[in-house]
Ligand binder design. Structure first.
Ligand code: RB5
Length: 142
């Protein structure tokens, strides 16, 4: 599975930890930056990951900023993107089963690496339940 990953400076350290963690696994993380702790604007990196997902060049995306809030806001402005902030195990499960999220978001300053890795595993291990949820998800495009 190919996942495009991007962050601002607030999510940089967590991004690097995830890249290290998934090295050599069946999850290929494609690093879209940022590449240092220098202050930068999170929408610039959200756009890069959104672009990869919308073009089908990545199966899904991961975005990280300080809280995960800014990245969620910007990613959901693009038609076809369903970005979800995974803040608990249940949210990780529901983000796939109910919302069919194609970008998952984390807070580098609010979440531990261990929790984030657990949420990614849960998200990746469940399936979209379509049916009723598909009817609702279609109503997202306004
Ligand atoms: C950057 O300082 C911070 O505002 C950003 O990472 C993010 O938390 C915005 O939502």
């Amino acid at each position: 599975m190919k996942i495009a990953i991007g962050s601002d400076h607030g999510g940089f350290e967590l991004k690097q930890e995830l890249i290290e963690h998934y090295k050599g696994s069946d999850i290929e993380l494609v690093d879209e930056g940022t590449y240092s702790l220098e202050r930068c604007d999170y929408p610039d990196y959200a756009r890069k990951v959104v672009d990869k997902v919308l073009k089908g060049e990545a199966d899904k995306g991961i975005l990280i900023c300080g809280t995960g809030i800014g990245m969620t806001l910007i990613a959901n402005r693009f038609k076809g993107i369903r970005a979800a902030l995974l803040y608990s195990e249940f949210a990780a499960q529901a983000a796939k089963e109910h919302n069919n999220a194609n970008i998952i978001v984390f807070g580098g300053r609010t979440m531990s690496k261990e929790d984030v890795i657990r949420y990614i595993s849960i998200f990746n291990s469940v399936k979209y339940l379509d049916g009723t949820y598909e009817i609702r998800n279609k109503k997202l495009d306004v």
